[in-house]
Design a protein around this ligand. Structure first.
Ligand code: C2E
Ligand code: CA
Ligand code: CA
Length: 591
């Protein structure tokens, strides 16, 4: 808002462009009559002189006749507008030019006056409004093109600048590099220290980026903690490297914001014109993919776009969408694989294994989606469903009065870090009314060994609930035997890669023996998983392994298929089970 009183006394610099001396004098007189001290008028006669004087004077307003010795009609408007887009322009023309005057306003003039119809009061008013209108117009342009927080160009202006840059590059045959910068862990800082600190950090980052590029390069804020930098006149990636390294370094320096020492880093993705895209959208998309690649390969680094990223990102995005849908529509199922006691031949347990009934691809094994569930943060939700469903199924089998057996559920590293895991276990048991000793969790070595002290504490909590604990894929990780001894464990599962190579003169035999020995020393059951041949089974029996699981007995099966099998086998002797080849029941999986 501007102060009217003050405005009345402000000196207005007026540039009058008029080749007709009489007309010029008339305007001078009219302006003088309104106020003597208010307007200072500079009078020139040609467009060329107008352009030169405006440069020197920076007038508040230009009053111009349309028809000048060196320019006619709306050309006059266009020339002055192009040279001085920020200075309000008022056209003064003869009555018969009114159509042209209207066109002038469309071409960017703020207003027009018709000769012979001008008096002091309306001249004064027109000038004042022209100045105000220009100010508003400029403000709107600024709002539309610049980011309010950092003052950097926004996406809209970036688009315009890039279009110009690409046009220039096309003419000169040179290249353009488009960078996307994304601060690492900005959200954490914002959440922890508050938005004000976050905002100040963004302002500082904007300044640092700006300070490390040339004046003619564009730095824009795309939103949030994302910035874009456009570097012109680069033909090869290696020419961009020094700039990128300077930016990365400057952003890694510790910043103090409101007394907080903030340590951030930034990941950068780079796309090159013309190699990676022909327009801004394509270049931004390519740079974005490269940036995500940079983030996933450890942050605080940069990555150039490679074509392979395109396909990978597309299929990942499709997978993410499909998985989120799968969680909502409950497209997951559990299949179960029996575990057989080698001493009695009875089934002592079943392992629950997840499958995804994909709407178009059919039944998928975990290999196709467990990693993605983890990556997209869906594993805990799905894991909770697995626990619940497996416990329910066990209750159904218990109702059939089969010999007692337990249910094993796989728990991935991310689930093990879920602070709610213990509650989820408790509720699954409570909801289904299953006794805890019938539930067993399978954890991998790596998930226990990444933070053994914390893992030990959680394992003890699980043990206190009464649930059993198995170490899965044993031998493939890096267990410390000291910890192994301290953890409250029940089972070691020999990884199938060892089981399946006991017959070939490989490490499989010795490692299996070692694990069996270890289990005996620590008082743990040992399960051989992935037993496929009678030879492998014989080896395990001879070396004192307790339990076997594998295709030799049964593939993982749906409850409907497995129940009849359990019912017939749980009533027969172990000898029978091993001597009679299994009735071939469907695989229940598709790998
Ligand atoms: P795992 O826990 O090591 O499971 C054993 C895998 O070996 C299963 O693969 C099983 O179908 C397969 N298998 C069983 N017997 C044989 C055999 O005789 N020969 C061969 N070649 N393979 C056999 P599956 O079902 O594809 O599961 C793969 C992995 O996915 C599992 O490995 C487990 O780590 C994970 N997983 C499965 N279900 C779940 C789940 O509900 N939650 C979590 N977090 N992970 C799961
Ligand atoms: Ca397992
Ligand atoms: Ca395994």
């Amino acid at each position: 808002m501007h102060d009217k009183g003050q405005e009345e006394h402000e000196l207005r610099e007026v540039l009058l462009v008029e080749d007709n001396r009489i007309d010029a004098q008339l305007i001078r007189r009219l302006l003088r009559r309104v106020s003597t001290s208010y307007y200072r008028i500079t009078h020139v006669r040609t467009l060329n002189d107008a352009v030169l004087s405006a440069e020197e004077l920076s007038p508040h307003v230009i009053l111009a006749d349309l028809n000048l010795p060196d320019s006619r009609g709306t050309d006059t408007v266009t020339s002055l507008q192009t040279a001085y887009p920020d200075i309000p322009l008022i056209i003064v023309s003869a009555w018969e030019d009114e159509a042209v005057s209207l066109r002038s306003v469309k071409a960017g003039a703020q207003d027009y006056l018709v000769k012979g119809h001008i008096d002091g009061a309306n001249l004064h008013r027109v000038i004042r409004y022209a100045i105000e209108r220009k100010r508003t117009e400029l403000e709107l342009v600024r709002l539309a093109q610049f980011d309010q927080l950092t003052g950097l160009p926004n996406r809209t202006l970036l688009r315009e600048r890039v279009n110009h840059a690409l046009a220039r590059a096309m003419r000169s045959g040179s290249g353009v590099a488009t960078l996307i910068l994304d601060m690492d862990r900005f959200k954490e800082i914002n959440d922890m220290l508050g938005h004000e600190v976050g905002d100040k950090l963004l302002i500082k980052a904007a300044k640092r980026i700006r300070a490390n590029v040339r004046d003619q390069d564009t730095v824009a804020r795309l939103g949030g903690d994302e910035f874009a930098v456009v570097l012109e006149g680069v033909s090869e990636p290696k020419e961009v490297l020094p700039v990128i390294e300077r930016i990365v370094d400057s952003l890694r320096e510790v910043t103090t914001v409101d007394g907080h020492e903030v340590n951030t880093s930034t990941s950068i993705g780079i796309a090159m014109y013309p190699e990676n895209g022909n327009n801004l959208s394509e270049l931004l998309r390519a740079a974005d993919l490269a940036m995500y690649q940079a983030k996933s390969s450890g942050r605080a680094c940069y990555q150039f776009f490679a074509d392979a990223m395109q396909e990978e990102a597309q299929s990942r995005r499709a997978l993410e969408w499909a998985l989120r849908h799968a969680v909502e529509a409950n497209e997951f199922q559990l299949v179960y694989q029996p575990q057989v006691c080698l001493r009695t031949g009875g089934v002592i347990g079943v392992e629950a294994l997840i499958r995804w009934m994909h709407p178009t691809r059919g039944l998928l094994t975990p290999y196709h989606f467990i990693g993605a569930l983890e990556e997209f943060g869906l594993i805990n939700e799905v894991g909770e469903w697995v626990l619940q469903t497996a416990c329910e199924q066990m209750r159904r089998w218990q109702a059939l009065e089969l010999q007692p057996m337990r249910i094993s559920v796989n728990v991935s590293a991310q689930q093990f870090e879920d602070p709610l895991l213990i509650d989820k276990i408790r509720s699954a048991l409570a909801n289904t009314d299953l006794s805890p000793e019938f539930l067993e969790l399978e954890l991998t070595e790596s998930c226990l060994m990444s933070d053994p002290a914390q893992a030990g504490a959680l394992l003890r909590e699980i043990r206190d609930v009464g649930v059993r604990i198995a170490i899965d894929d044993f031998g493939t990780g890096y267990s410390s035997l000291t910890y192994l001894n301290e953890f409250p464990l029940n089972v070691l599962k020999i990884d199938k890669s060892f089981v399946q190579s006991v017959e070939s003169n490989d490490r499989g035999g010795p490692i299996s023996n070692m694990i069996i020995g270890l289990g005996q020393n620590l008082g743990l059951e040992v399960i051989a998983e992935g037993v496929e041949t009678p030879g492998q089974l014989a080896y395990m029996e001879e070396h004192g392994c307790d339990i076997a699981q594998g295709y030799l007995y049964a593939h993982p099966e749906s409850p409907e298929d497995l129940t009849p099998w359990l019912m017939s086998n749980q009533r027969t002797s172990g000898t029978y089970m091993r001597s009679v080849s299994m009735k071939k029941i469907g695989d229940g999986s598709k790998s």
